[in-house]
Design a protein. Structure first.
Length: 155
């Protein structure tokens, strides 16, 4: 396979979109944020999104069971790789406390990274931004449990 074809393949299959070191970096950041906040964070990579990306991200949010957290504080970072679009979805508890504008800051920072082709770094920075804010509203407590798997899903 020629060097010119490898990056294109990256955008065809969600499983290979992120490099191994990027996945490790993202999962480490999720664990770090969840160590100082009770929020639950997941990343989902979709090949392509038909229609409205927010609505599709909400469907994935519910399919992954992210609404089942005790404090309703789940966050989904949803990337549609072929469309080169993304969404950040938060559960009811977050939106009630942090407001809708909260997502805009993280999304703008992520977009800068994504435009340069730094998808792993963009996700890490977005997760960190969200974590800093959620720490205020959802601090980690001693009895906190990891309610959702720390993983990157795809499909």
């Amino acid at each position: 396979m020629g060097a010119g074809k490898k990056p294109l393949f990256r955008f065809k299959n969600p499983r290979y979109f992120l490099k191994k070191f990027e996945k490790r970096m993202i999962l480490q950041t999720i664990k770090e944020v969840e160590s100082f906040s009770s929020c639950e964070i997941r990343v989902h990579l979709a090949k392509k999104t038909k229609g409205d990306i927010i609505e599709e991200a909400k469907k994935v949010f519910y399919r992954l069971g992210m609404q089942n957290t005790k404090e309703r504080n789940g966050v989904l970072f949803y990337l549609s790789i072929k469309d080169r679009r993304f969404a950040i979805i938060g559960d009811k508890g977050i939106n009630e406390k942090a407001g809708e504008n909260f997502w805009v800051v993280a999304a703008k920072k992520m977009e800068k990274y994504f435009k340069e082709g730094f998808f792993g770094e963009g996700l890490v920075e977005g997760i960190k931004d969200v974590g800093r804010v959620l720490k205020e509203f959802f601090p980690h407590c001693e009895d906190d449990k990891n309610e959702l798997p720390d993983e990157i899903s795809s499909g």
